[in-house]
Design a protein around this ligand. Sequence first.
Ligand code: HMG
Ligand code: MG
Length: 298
Amino acid sequence: EKSNQVKIVEVSPRDGLQNEKQQVPTDIKVSFINKLSKTGLKVIEATSFVSPKLVPQMADCSEIMTKITREPGVNYPVLTPNLKGLEKAISVGVKEVAIFGAASEKFSQANINCSIKDSLSRFREVVERSNLAGISVRGYVSCVLGCPYQGEVSPEAVAEVAEEMYKMGCYEISLGDTIGVGTPGSLIKMLAAVRKVVPIERSALHCHDTYGQALANIYCALEHGIRVFDSSVAGLGGCPFAKGATGNVATEDVIYMFQGLGFHTGVNLIDLVHVGNYISQHLGRPNRSKVAVALNAK
Ligand code: HMG
Ligand code: MG
């Protein structure tokens, strides 16, 4: 049944920062996460336990998790591609993790250095170990509406990976338009294939706004029953292994649209704009949320 509650998964400390060339000081990241925690957001993806050689910006993952102030009722999931990352995450008290696969073979190789098939068996180990530790696991599928190396990705290929990840025990499947090429046209076809194998209320949409289609796609997904959306304050974001991927859709813009539709997010928009301004200032660039720019000009 359609409800008027939506969940925002704030991915800016992870997706938003992972592609920043300049190392952001750990203390800035910690204060950024702590500020986000006070806006009413319930899920803040905090960092990723990946190879520091490949993603130097996330090298301080353990320190981040020990330094942040955990707000009651807020989840702080992290990315863990393998058992090594998971064990490190467990040792610093992480309660929720995400595994990340892809619907495109070439992107899987570029991003996590293995085939889709091999990634699924790695992920199965991560889910099994997480279950033992009482940790819940979210599953990402990347390139659901297109791949930077391979171009088109079929809805069936997306459904196949989504189904495997759901069946192995992921409580939610986040469908990633990694390079922001999708439109409501391609999205509807993809969702039609995925909903046959993953319940729509267990699916989430993760939009990058490269082609300016993110809000249209989110509205379309909302109409099709999706109630969980990933976004990033100030429109930060990008993937080091997806050339041309720009920022995630800005959380401020998503919240503004949901407010207009009468959907409840529990997030205070003005507080969020201030946090977006704070991190944008530190990165030395303008806030990329149109709503934030408009509200800042008032
Ligand atoms: P690999 O090379 O296949 O792994 O990497 P390996 O087991 O052969 O290990 C190689 C080296 O990495 C070893 O170190 C390991 O110790 C180390 P060395 O002996 O050379 O010094 N290593 C690790 N170090 C720390 N933490 C770990 C870890 N694992 C191995 N967990 C691996 C495989 C996946 C680890 C690697 O390819 C990697 O880290 N990739 C980074 C992927 C990434 O962070 N991508 C961006 C996030 S995904 C994304 O942005 C998309 C998303 O937003 C959705 C969307 O938009 O579509 C989620
Ligand atoms: Mg992403």
